[in-house]
Design a protein around this ligand. Structure first.
Ligand SMILES: Nc1ncnc2c1ncn2[C@@H]1O[C@H](COP(=O)(O)OP(=O)(O)O)[C@@H](O)[C@H]1O
Ligand SMILES: [Mg+2]
Length: 290
C-alpha cells in the first residue's frame, strides 16, 4: 500500500506485530437513499496503521458510529472501500462487510451475559467458534483476567462486580479472540472521572501486551489525547476528516502527562477544531445526543 506522507489521513508509523491496518477510502454512507436521504458519511478517507490507537472525535450525529458500524459489518456503505490488512471488507460489489472475530466491538452499555460467570463470559467466544475446548478457553480466560488485574472475579457474575471491573472484563473478553481491531464506541462515556482514569490505565496496559489496533470514538478530548496515537477530528455531518492531531507523547503514559505543556498544546489544537465543527452542527440543528 502506498502511503503518501502529505496526505493528512495517511497512517502514522506505529510499532506493532503488523496486523490490523484499516484503510478507509472515499467512503460514503447515505441512509434511506431516495427517502429521507441522510448523508451520514461523505467521501471519507482515513488510513489507520497496524497497532495504532486511533481516536475519533466530532460533533454528535456527525457519522462516527456509522463509520464504526461499516467496519464492524453492522451496516452497509453506499460507495467507497474499506480494507483490513489489504483484504476488502466492503466495497462496490460487497456493500456490507462480514462480521468477524478479527474486528470486535466493545459496546457502551456493556454486553456481558448476566447469567454467566465472568470466566465463562470471557471464555465464550473461543468456545462457540470452536477454536478452543471449554477447558482450554477457561484456562486462557483465567490467565488473561489475572493479567488484567482481575484475579478473583472469574467465579463471580457480572452483577456481583463493580462496573469498572465489568468493563475491564469486556475488554478481556474481546482480546481473548486475538482480534486485529478493537472497535470502541464511547465505552467510558457514563463513567466518573476516577473510574475512567482506572479504565484508561487498564486499557493501555492491555494494549501494551497485545498491540491490537484500536478505533475509539469519544466525546472526551482529554481521553482522546491521553490514549491516542492520533486524534482524528471529524467534520459536522456528513463526516469527513477535518484534522488529524498527532500525539507524539511517548508510551507508557501516565497521568502526569495531563499537566504537561505538550498535552495542553495538543488539547487546544483538537479543541479548536472540534469547537468549530460543533458550532456548525449546532447551527445546522444537529442537537440530538447521538
Ligand atoms: N438508521 C438510520 N437511518 C437514518 N438516519 C440515521 C440512521 N442511523 C444514523 N442516522 C443519522 O446519521 C447521522 C450520523 O449518525 P451517527 O453515525 O450515529 O453519528 P455519531 O456517532 O457521530 O453521533 C445522524 O444524523 C443520525 O441521525
Ligand atoms: Mg455515535
Amino acid at each position: 500500500m502506498t502511503v503518501m506522507s502529505k496526505n493528512p489521513a495517511a497512517a502514522p508509523a506505529v510499532q506493532s506485530g503488523g496486523k490490523g491496518a484499516i484503510s478507509i477510502r472515499n467512503v460514503t454512507k447515505i441512509y434511506d437513499p431516495g427517502g429521507v436521504n441522510v448523508v451520514a458519511v461523505d467521501n471519507c478517507s482515513l488510513e489507520i496503521a497496524p497497532g495504532e490507537i486511533c481516536m475519533i472525535v466530532g460533533p454528535s450525529g456527525c457519522g462516527k458510529t456509522t463509520l464504526l458500524n461499516a467496519i464492524a459489518g453492522f451496516h452497509s456503505i453506499t460507495s467507497g472501500t474499506i480494507h483490513l490488512d489489504g483484504e476488502l471488507l466492503c466495497g462496490p460489489d460487497k456493500p456490507k462487510a462480514e462480521q468477524g472475530a478479527d474486528r470486535i466491538v466493545v459496546f457502551q452499555n456493556g454486553a456481558l451475559f448476566p447469567w454467566k460467570t465472568i470466566r465463562d463470559n470471557v471464555a465464550y467466544g473461543p468456545i462457540v467458534q470452536g477454536r478452543l475446548s471449554p477447558v482450554e478457553a477457561r484456562g486462557k480466560a483465567d490467565h488473561m483476567l489475572a493479567e488484567a488485574g482481575l484475579h478473583d472475579v472469574g467465579d463471580k457474575y457480572p452483577g456481583e462486580v463493580s462496573s469498572g471491573m465489568a468493563r475491564r472484563a469486556e475488554i478481556v473478553r474481546a482480546l481473548i479472540n486475538d482480534p486485529r481491531v478493537l472497535l470502541l464506541d464511547e465505552p467510558y462515556r457514563a463513567m466518573d472521572a476516577l473510574t475512567k482514569s482506572i479504565m484508561h490505565e487498564a486499557l493501555l496496559e492491555m494494549y501494551d501486551r497485545t498491540k491490537v489496533t484500536i478505533f475509539f470514538i469519544t466525546h472526551d478530548l482529554e481521553e482522546s489525547i491521553f490514549l491516542g496515537d492520533r486524534v482524528v477530528v471529524m467534520t459536522t455531518r456528513p463526516a469527513q476528516v477535518k484534522k488529524i492531531v498527532d500525539v507524539r507523547i511517548p508510551r507508557p503514559r501516565n497521568y502526569k502527562v495531563l499537566s504537561s505543556n505538550e498535552f495542553r498544546v495538543l488539547f487546544a489544537e483538537a479543541k479548536d477544531a472540534v469547537h468549530e465543527e460543533a458550532i456548525k452542527a449546532f447551527e445546522a440543528g444537529e442537537r440530538e445526543l447521538a
